[in-house]
Write a protein that binds this ligand. Structure first.
Ligand code: FAD
Ligand code: SF4
Length: 465
């Protein structure tokens, strides 16, 4: 292989920006077999692979890449699935550039191996050629309730089912999948892909009960005492939106990103009137925030017909938590970025609809507890932007229902559930993981937590009389 080929990643085919801004189809089209093998051939098969250290679930990355480049796709996906039950999802939305790929030695001189794209290729190949259902351990006779069907809950459920336990997942919404189904848009993560991975978990024998809000239908003490469960895993995520708390935030035309994205994704607002969920979008949209949620809301707005979409972020581009690839996609699509600006008030018309957003310019000072430089307002720098739709995407915290209905459950000041190193909460037999423990984080960290909790629950159940 030439030096040039070694250090240059095979590009991923994508829909051109001028085409994709008019549809909700997936932007990235995936590698062909030839492209995947060519990319896999770049891997050096390091004897001490640094990439593995960057993977929160510890996939044997060089081993699956070796199998892939030998054309052994079935064996390669099996290798991934030893550690990861949801590869088609991770291959699409994991922030590989700050995890496995950041550690890849090739990244020192050129492009790291595109590990995520190879994972996606294999998961898609398997879906098209028949998904293998792994052997399960014999039944243990133990029952586990999993609350929430996001990546943490699905991973814990799949691992526990494989270990021989009976698992019932309780999901508050009418579709399983958590943020994967209700938050991340179709053009980044098609819902048929999430559905296929949910179906895989069901084929392992997991029962999923939707429209089942724990804390209302049953409380956790009731699940343990009356419903016959031996252990509980809480994976309820961080679905409660945060707001700016500035004057005018209740005007019509201002959405929380949660409501906005749920309407579009889960309730199929982008297919209105075929689907009965209207979503009103004006001509000039401002999305507040700099994470993946803000990127998704801005790119949805464009596809729904907005003429101009601005991302307004209080820090600079370097501090944006969104995935690099998605920031580049948003830029290509024509989203405008207003850095170092923060809204201080919204002003409406006589009918109560938002018309102007008042912002203040910011400057960055020393790093705060997040490690990013802290933004502070520049006095007297107020300016106005004409807007008719605003989406607030400045973060989420856990919904407090479980915390409020579970006596003795230790909770932090931020509303997250406190767990020990085994993911056990302050209550024996009750475990938790994912965003409800860490606050809003990533799909793979939620999966890693679900995996770790499943291991601990298994040990607990096997030692329990
Ligand atoms: P969730 O996915 O939030 O799932 C929790 C589930 O629990 C939900 O289905 C909820 O309905 C259910 N639930 C809540 N309360 C109850 C109850 N009382 N009873 C029953 N069920 C309940 N991460 C990435 O790695 N890459 C990305 O590109 C990315 N993009 C994102 C885009 C958006 C718009 C959002 C919102 C998040 C994004 N994230 C991304 C973050 C990632 O999706 C989350 O970190 C991850 O989904 C957390 O998983 P979880 O299983 O802990 O919770
Ligand atoms: Fe291959 Fe990069 Fe991992 Fe080395 S660090 S084994 S080159 S993917």
């Amino acid at each position: 292989m030439s030096k040039q080929d070694r250090f240059k990643a095979v590009p991923m085919p994508k829909q051109p920006p001028e085409v994709r801004i008019h549809n909700f189809n997936e932007v990235a089209l995936g590698y062909t077999e030839e492209q995947a093998i060519k990319e896999a051939e770049r891997c050096l098969q390091c004897p001490e692979p640094k990439c593995v250290l960057g993977c929160p679930v510890g996939i044997d990355i060089p081993a699956f890449i070796k199998l892939l480049r030998e054309g052994k796709f079935r064996e390669a996906i099996r290798k991934i699935k030893e550690k990861n039950n949801l590869p088609a999802i991770c291959g699409r939305v994991c922030p590989q550039e700050t995890q496995c790929q950041m550690n890849c030695v090739l990244g020192k001189k050129g492009d790291p191996v595109s590990i995520g794209r190879l994972e996606r290729f294999l998961a898609d190949w398997e879906r098209e050629h028949g998904v293998e259902i792994p052997e399960k351990q014999p039944s243990t006779g133990k029952r586990v309730a999993v609350i929430g069907s996001g990546p943490a809950g699905l991973t814990a459920a799949a691992d526990l089912a494989r270990l021989g336990h009976e698992v019932v997942v309780f999901e508050a919404l009418h579709e399983p999948g958590g943020v994967l189904m209700y938050g991340i848009p179709e053009f980044r993560l098609p819902k048929r892909i999430v559905q296929a991975e949910v179906d895989y978990v069901k084929k392992l024998g997991v029962t999923i009960k939707t429209n089942a809000v724990i804390g209302r239908l049953f409380t956790i003490p009731e699940l343990l005492k009356d419903e016959g469960f031996d252990a509980v895993f809480i994976g309820t995520g961080a679905g409660l939106p945060r707001f700016l708390r500035v004057p005018g935030e209740n005007l019509c035309g201002i959405y929380s990103a949660n409501e906005f994205l749920i309407r579009i994704n889960l309730m199929k607002g982008y297919m209105f009137p075929k689907w009965d969920t209207p979503i009103k979008i004006g001509k000039k949209v401002a999305v507040i925030g700099g994470g993946n949620v803000a990127m998704d809301a801005s790119r949805c707005s464009l596809r729904l017909g907005a003429e101009e979409v601005h991302i307004v972020y209080r820090r600079s581009k370097a501090e944006m938590p969104a995935r690099k690839e998605e920031v580049e996609n948003a830029e290509e699509e024509g989203i405008k970025f207003d850095f170092l600006a923060n809204p201080v008030a919204f002003h409406g018309d006589e009918y109560g609809w938002v018309r102007k957003m008042e912002c203040v310019r910011m400057r960055l000072t020393e790093p705060d507890e997040s490690g990013r430089r802290r933004p502070v307002p520049i006095e007297g720098s107020n300016f106005f932007m004409d807007v008719d739709t605003v989406v607030i995407a400045i973060g989420q915290t856990p919904n407090p229902l479980i915390q409020q209905t579970t006596p003795g459950l230790a909770v932090s000041k931020r509303g997250t559930i406190i767990v020990d190193e085994n993911m056990q909460t302050s209550i024996e037999g009750v475990y938790a993981g994912g965003d409800v423990v860490t606050g809003a984080a990533t799909v793979i960290s939620a999966m890693g937590a679900g995996k770790k909790a499943a291991e601990s629950i298994h040990k607990y159940l096997m030692n329990k009389r």
